[in-house]
Write a protein of this length. Structure first.
Length: 413
């Protein structure tokens, strides 16, 4: 309570009064993000914590892929290139201010980039080779992960910071590795690496322990990690899994990994031998996984299993539109982005799904913003964030988080 007093009780009390007068509706919506001027398709691959910023890539009037940053007020912004003709964005910081991906330079070589509104595209270089690509970024935008070639022409997973530059994360004994995801604080990196036998294995990397081989499902052929929870404890991705008899073979299966339970097969939306699934994103607490299976987007939870988002949100798709991929999810699990068919425009477009849950300020995820949520924030006030109580996802639990609860107090109750 000391922190409460020190940080402006008067202002918060005023906010409480305003909050009691406010009502917040349960909202569910699908927003089609459109395309760049003259283009004819777009795909979304990253979303900010509050769902206000979406990143991905889209075609321009010349048919070239360009990285974009979308907001409701500004629409789709072409982030340009590093001198070449192509760029793609895959990751965005929690507040939406930092975007990462890759672009070709004037020589036609791909280069990992980090974009900000003030600095534009920053070329992150390579590990001595000719190419690099970025796929993930920490919550505050300071740590970037991806893949780059070294001087010997070997592909290596990297972790980049402004102070240390591009760090080679090595392999599991083979010749190649690649990084796709990073924890909120930038300390845990996930991806894939070759072992000594040349097999692909999902890995989880930390500074102290290096690369941990996450293995495969029983009888699996290889595995790739594509996403990680905020604290680095839950990893998701895909593994090739042996299905049926010798005439059927290996097919992709989405997985969810934890230290205690190992690699869990999340199943598929289909029922046949040839069904497949792949997990791309996971919520901050590791409880919600998204991806696609058999040409349809899925959301997985322990309680509900794998659900087809086209069925769950059919009421939002009454004009003949449909969703195809789910590629990323916001930390609280409310916002999902991906790609689908927009019947109104007759083209494939990036999309933003607002599931309406959890409500803003609903710390305990019970559908009601009440005293319990307020107490949850107060009990850890001033502590490090990147968890449910850190409602604005800025890395610290403070007045801003309390205000979010207060302004939404009573919603859903």
């Amino acid at each position: 309570m000391k922190h409460w007093a020190q940080n402006g009780l008067k202002a918060l009390t005023s906010a409480w009064v305003l909050a009691l007068l406010a009502t917040v509706a349960w909202s569910q919506s699908i927003t089609w993000l459109g395309v760049l001027p003259g283009g004819d398709w777009s795909e979304a691959w990253g979303v900010s914590a509050d769902g206000s910023v979406v990143v991905g890539y889209a075609s321009n009037a010349a048919g070239q892929r360009r990285a974009f940053r979308w907001t409701a007020s500004g629409g789709m912004q072409d982030l340009g290139t590093l001198g070449g003709v192509r760029s793609e964005a895959y990751g965005v910081s929690a507040d939406g201010s930092v975007v990462v991906g890759w672009s070709t330079n004037a020589a036609g070589r791909s280069r990992a980039f980090r974009w900000t509104a003030s600095g534009g595209m920053q070329d992150l270089g390579t590990l001595g080779g000719v190419r690099s690509e970025a796929y993930g970024v920490s919550a505050d935008g300071s740590v970037v992960v991806g893949r780059a070639y070294n001087a010997a022409g070997q592909l290596r997973a990297f972790r980049w910071t402004e102070n240390d530059g591009m760090q080679n994360l090595g392999t599991l004994g083979g010749n190649r590795s690649d990084a796709f995801g990073v924890s909120a604080d930038g300390s845990v990196v996930v991806g894939w690496a070759e072992n000594a036998a040349g097999q692909l294995r999902a890995f989880r990397w930390t500074e102290n322990d290096g690369m941990q081989n996450l293995g495969t499902l029983p009888g699996g052929d290889d595995s790739v990690a594509l996403g990680v929870s905020a604290n680095g404890a839950v990893v998701v991705g895909r593994t090739y899994y042996y299905v049926g008899d010798s005439e059927v073979g290996y097919y992709e299966r989405a997985f969810r990994w934890t230290e205690n339970d190992g690699m869990q097969n999340l199943g598929t939306l289909g029922s046949g031998y040839y069904s497949y699934s792949l997990a791309w994103g996971v919520s901050a607490d590791g409880a919600v996984v998204v991806g696609f299976s058999d040409g349809r987007p899925f959301r997985w939870t322990a309680a509900g299993g794998m659900e087809d988002l086209n069925l769950t949100y059919a009421s939002l798709l009454t004009d003949g539109s449909y969703l195809l991929w789910a590629t990323a999810i916001s930390p609280d699990g409310r916002y999902i982005v991906g790609y689908g068919y927009n019947a109104a425009t007759g083209r494939g477009e990036a999309c933003l799904l607002d599931t309406g849950f959890p409500r803003r300020g609903d710390v305990d995820r019970n559908g009601c913003v009440d005293d319990a949520d307020l107490l949850a924030v107060l009990s850890v006030f001033g502590e490090r964030g990147y968890r449910n109580e850190d409602l604005n996802w800025d890395g610290v639990i403070d007045d801003a988080d309390l205000l979010i609860v207060l302004f939404n107090f009573g919603s859903g109750c």
